[in-house]
Design a protein around this ligand. Structure first.
Ligand code: HEC
Ligand code: HEC
Ligand code: HEC
Length: 457
């Protein structure tokens, strides 16, 4: 791609979007802190129990873990020596200061939309507002050959990465543009919610049409009435993004709970509204087979007559769904799955968590629970109490009675999702692997083509 051409279209775009509508006020450092929150840098760049932004969080891939790096301003172990240009190249082009390509586990594909002005504010924040940590992360990435060849990612970037910053759409309102700018850029909704092609590029024709991330299903959030979230009001969407309970919509769990807790719920009401306005306008992506909205399945019901007076089986794997529900769930979600209104215990019917065609998120929640900060009651995980067979039986019981009966839970699915290291084995995080492999393959093909040409000459 023509570098100079790209640079000049960059500049042109920056002039268009650096409109005052995007300025949030305050000093650059404060603005940068806010923007870094919108980008959720802390979620990936902080290890569990580790120092903020000091890196070391493992992002699992079947080939091994990719570890985030120290992005505190430490001159010895962090990004203290990064110039503004190098920082910008990391965010926009996935380039490290030494020129090596970053794995796309770092969402530069979305951050590339960010304006120069906002990148400069974030740079000011990282250099002056973040506490330096002069330590290397406990673990560093060491993928096996050929995935350790970062150069092959350059091929992928050249083919699929569009580094053009966001261009405002003059036909839309400033509010819509602000929402699009954040959702496509720093808040990187697309990296999780957009399906990918076989070479792991985002499928732009199905933008926000539903993707996979680490064994979780990131649902279709386009405006389609049954496949997507067309039935959600703007207020419901804003409440969901700010972590408030929304009747009929399951609480954000897994990677979405992290996005809400670390990032989205700290955004201003104006920005959340802008995001909601934009998301509600995204063209509908139809999944074809989905005829009923995810929040419209199931009803208040119990199967107590099947278990009253019946002894529990000696073999615990033989317990029925109703017995499992009664023993482990009814205390909180109530006998008929109705939960407690206002008590923070959601009803299980008419609930998006059980209405999607993919049952992955239900299994994830049953195994690992929902981790939320500042929650009064939490959904516990049952990975240590229930076997794969029991989770399978219970999952199918829940889907039949309260959810989408066409969705099924299988024992191999439960086994795979139980271990976080294998959970993403055939999903989004494999992107890293496939990107490496796909790009590696292209490099090999290019070498073969070159050799053949030489033979002919
Ligand atoms: C989804 C996880 C994720 C998020 C969110 C994320 N990063 Fe990263 N980032 C990574 C990983 C993983 C690496 C290391 C990749 C590699 O080794 O190739 C990385 C590398 C970097 C680097 C290169 C540092 C070095 O080692 O020299 C910079 C700079 C950086 N990130 C900045 C940011 C900023 C700023 C944000 C927020 C706007 C952010 N990252 C958000 C995962 C993430
Ligand atoms: C790190 C990945 C990730 C990012 C980033 C992300 N999401 Fe999600 N999102 C998910 C996952 C996974 C779920 C499913 C969570 C669940 O079932 O509890 C989800 C669920 C949702 C839902 C509920 C949909 C339904 O039918 O139940 C909405 C709405 C949503 N996300 C909107 C957004 C928006 C808007 C953004 C950007 C501002 C965003 N998400 C960013 C992963 C992500
Ligand atoms: C200690 C009380 C408690 C127990 C026991 C419990 N849950 Fe939950 N559950 C909750 C709470 C609280 C939430 C909502 C969490 C949130 O909003 O972060 C929840 C959420 C859920 C959700 C997902 C989200 C939703 O609202 O859509 C499902 C599905 C679920 N529970 C199923 C079960 C099943 C099945 C069992 C039995 C194996 C069970 N729960 C046991 C408290 C409990």
């Amino acid at each position: 791609m023509n570098k100079t051409l790209m640079k000049s279209s960059w500049l042109a775009a920056v002039v268009v979007v650096a409109a005052p509508a995007f300025a949030a006020g305050g000093t650059d450092i404060e603005r940068g802190r806010y923007l870094a929150t919108a980008g959720d840098c802390v979620a990936c760049h902080t290890a569990p129990g580790g120092k903020s932004m000091a890196g070391g969080l493992a992002l699992n891939s079947p080939l091994g873990s990719i570890y985030s790096t120290n992005i505190t301003p430490s001159k010895t172990h962090g990004i203290g020596n990064y110039t503004l240009q190098q920082f910008s190249d990391a965010l926009r082009h996935g380039k490290r200061a030494d020129g090596a390509n970053l794995y796309p586990a770092m969402p530069y594909t979305a951050y590339a939309k960010t304006t120069d002005e906002d990148i400069a504010a974030m740079y000011a924040y990282f250099m002056q507002g973040v506490q330096p940590v002069d330590e290397a992360p406990a673990k560093q990435t060491a993928l096996p050959f050929p995935f350790n060849i970062r150069a092959s990612l350059g091929v992928w970037n050249a083919l699929f990465h569009d580094a053009t910053p966001y261009k405002a759409d003059a036909a839309q309102t400033p509010e819509w543009n602000r929402g699009a700018y954040l959702a496509q850029g720093l808040a990187h909704c697309t990296t999780c919610h957009t399906p990918r092609t076989s070479l792991m590029a985002e499928d732009l024709k199905r933008s926000l049409g539903g993707g996979e991330v680490g064994g979780w299903y990131a649902p279709n959030i386009t405006s389609h009435a049954t496949s997507g979230i067309g039935s959600w009001t703007q207020q419901e969407l804003m409440a969901y993004l700010s972590g408030k309970p929304v009747p009929g919509k399951g609480p954000a769990a897994g990677p979405m709970a992290e996005a809400v807790d670390h990032s989205l719920k700290h955004l201003s009401q104006e920005d959340l509204k802008a995001i909601a306005v934009y998301i509600k306008s995204v063209p509908a992506v139809d999944d074809g087979s989905i005829k009923q909205a995810a929040d419209s399945f199931g009803k208040q019901t119990d199967a107590l007559d099947t278990i009253r007076g019946v002894d529990l089986p000696k073999e615990y794997n033989a317990m029925t769904g109703a017995q499992l529900y009664d023993a482990y769930c009814a205390a909180c979600h109530q006998a008929q799955g109705q939960g407690t209104e206002g008590g923070g215990l959601p009803a299980l019917f008419h609930n998006t968590s059980l209405g999607h065609a993919s049952s992955n998120n239900l299994v994830q929640v049953l195994l690992h629970g929902i981790e939320r900060y500042e929650a009064d009651t939490v959904m516990p995980g049952f990975a240590h109490e229930l076997t794969d067979t029991q989770i399978t039986t219970l999952g199918n019981y829940l889907l039949t009675n309260y959810g989408n009966p066409a969705a099924k839970v299988t024992q191999s699915q439960v086994a795979q999702l139980r271990d976080p290291a294998t959970a993403g084995a055939d999903s989004g995080l494999l992107m890293l692997a496939r990107v490496g492999m796909g790009a590696g393959l292209l490099v090999v093909l290019a070498i073969i083509a070159w050799l053949l040409r030489r033979r002919k000459a």
